[in-house]
Write a protein that binds this ligand. Structure first.
Ligand code: KG4
Ligand code: ZN
Length: 341
């Protein structure tokens, strides 16, 4: 089974070719530089950029995989959630290609695909995922922060999500307050490596709340007021590193503690994590440490598959086909607000 997958839900234009659980290629064209000058993703610009780059990205994915269009058994794309016009570009391209070749089209939920990205690291990849199930999966990105109980393949339940800002948004917005460029997450990660995480004490929102929801807007506000009252800190490079380490420590502590608590409460032995923020080194280290201490096996997506990519869309589409889930209509519309249930 050879599948071409397309992902254009936000600011990465990506196409991948997947065959029998293996990723033959995964081409990603990032728009970060384009949006950086606006301090965030501009939806109209994102859609135009996808339109411009998608033909090249698809050609690259097919070329890298040494696969001709005629060899494809199916085409997949993200239906949602995401930016409406951005989703539209990838979806219509994928449906048109599938229709023209009379091949099945598979529409995929972006978050559900993130759930499967930690499995695609093995080489050779796991023949089936049963050894890793059930698990608790933390999806942590610029737009979302959620804890999901994956009971079995394609069967999951969202336990909790953020009630306001996502963790990545908190990295990006507190970084902006410190004068860092968008997206600030990777830069905070880098600066924090030489900072003192105990230098400043920021709140850990909902850390002791028994539920599985997250909240990060209070932490952002707390940083805002702290910087308003201590503006001189931003003139000292070491103090900026300490600030980064302290903010990061607050975010990481909440994410790790709530993930482990959910894993214990649901009696699973396995934890996974994906999404852009899961690139964060302190988060990866801390989660690994706590998982080891508590006897959980931990599966992380490789960094290149943490951020948005079409490989995870293709892997999920293949599992859906293998489980005989009916193909999606060639005229199925985008579902921008399609949240996981
Ligand atoms: O999954 P993603 O590529 O896009 C979506 O938001 O769907 O995630 C992007 C987010 C941004 O907020 C970015 O700052 C954050 O992931 N991020 C990081 C790191 N790398 C990316 N945050 C903290 N540390 C990192 N190393
Ligand atoms: Zn994503």
């Amino acid at each position: 089974m050879t599948i071409l997958a397309i992902e254009t839900s936000c600011d990465e234009t990506s196409a991948a070719v997947v065959r029998d659980g293996r990723i033959l290629s995964n081409a990603v064209s990032s728009q970060i530089a384009l949006h950086a000058e606006y301090g965030g993703v501009v939806p109209e610009l994102a859609a135009r950029e996808h339109l411009k780059n998608l033909p090249l990205v698809v050609r690259t994915a097919l070329g890298d995989a040494e696969i001709a269009v005629g060899q494809l058994d199916a085409v997949a794309a993200t239906l949602g959630p995401g930016l409406p016009m951005a989703l539209m570009v990838g979806l219509k391209a994928a449906q048109s290609l599938a229709f023209a070749r009379r091949k099945p089209f598979i529409g995929v939920n972006h978050h559900e695909a993130h759930l499967y990205s930690p499995w695609i690291s093995g080489n050779p990849p796991a023949a089936d995922f049963s050894g890793f199930l059930p698990n608790i999966s933390l999806i942590v990105s610029g737009g979302h922060t959620m804890l999901v109980l994956v009971k079995s393949e394609l069967k999951h339940r969202v336990l909790g999500s953020t009630v306001d800002d996502a963790a990545g948004e908190c990295f990006d917005k507190t970084g902006k307050l410190m004068g860092l460029a968008y997206p600030a997450g990777p830069e905070i990660d880098r600066l924090a490596e030489q900072g003192n995480p105990k230098a400043f004490d920021f709140p850990r929102p909902l850390l002791h709340d028994a539920g599985d929801d997250f909240s990060f807007s209070g932490l952002k506000t707390s940083v805002r007021y702290f910087l308003r009252d201590n503006p001189a800190l931003l003139e000292d490079a070491q103090k900026i590193r300490d600030l980064c380490a302290s903010i990061q420590a607050a975010i990481v502590e909440v994410l790790v503690a709530k993930t482990i608590r959910a894993a214990k409460r649901n009696g699973v032995r396995c934890v996974t994590m994906s999404g852009g923020v899961s690139c964060n080194r302190a988060l990866r280290r801390q989660l690994a440490l706590v998982c080891e201490k508590n006897g959980f096996s931990l599966h992380l997506a490789p960094q290149s598959f943490c951020t948005d990519n079409a490989a995870m869309i293709g892997i999920l589409a293949e599992r859906k086909l293998a489980q005989k889930i009916p193909a999606t209509g060639y005229d199925e519309d985008i579902q921008p607000g399609w949240e996981l249930a």
